[in-house]
Unconditional design. Sequence first.
Length: 252
Amino acid sequence: MKKAFFLFTLACCTLLVRAGGHSEYGLKLGLSFGAPLGPLVEGSKGKPGLYPAASAYYEYKFTPKWGLLAEINYHGMNAGFETPYADFFGDGTLIRTDPKTGVQTTEPIKDFYIYYAYVKGGRMKNGYLSVPISAVYHLRRGWRLNFGSHINFRLKGEMTGLATDVYLGTQGQGGVVSAYDFNESDEFAKITAGLNAGVQYQLKMGLNFDVRFTNDLTSYFKQTFDAAPGTYRLMTVQTTVGYRIGGGKELK
């Protein structure tokens, strides 16, 4: 599926480069917020936060009503979470407390079997460079609708937290540790793809206001991330304020 999205985006970009005629381009700045959508685990909590968004866009208008929109878009997801995980191979740091002396020691682990861990104060924070390609339909008085597809390239990722109920080994037979410094920041997929739709209002002076909804169709995590109890897909909402630089001009 990722390959099909990539080929579609490449074909549309090639068309825009070769196209001439009535076009416009500009810049946008704003905010995005989102969350991974998937199986709801009992006892889990989540709280989406804001993430900066910015984009550059180019629209080629085939007719006064229809156009093709290409963008380079920076956006992301910033969310807090608390959730139990069970039966997975984890990365992070075990924090052990000596029952006699109370002295704490740390032990970095990688691909270590964890029977159960409840992560508190978790944080997911990812930044993406996205390439959306959309069809645009212009309504009256500055309104327009856009709908199409996109490819996300992950620039950075963070998934961390602290677990205080940690049982190691099969059926917890490996013992209990004081805490587990949960860190699965490398388990996000590097490339995702999906669909997007939005609405924009543009003033004659070039100022415009945009709201967009995006929903990935590919997995948010790598297939190797066995802590997730199913497939999760990223959903985001972006709102931006932009300025049309070349509106109403013929680009040579």
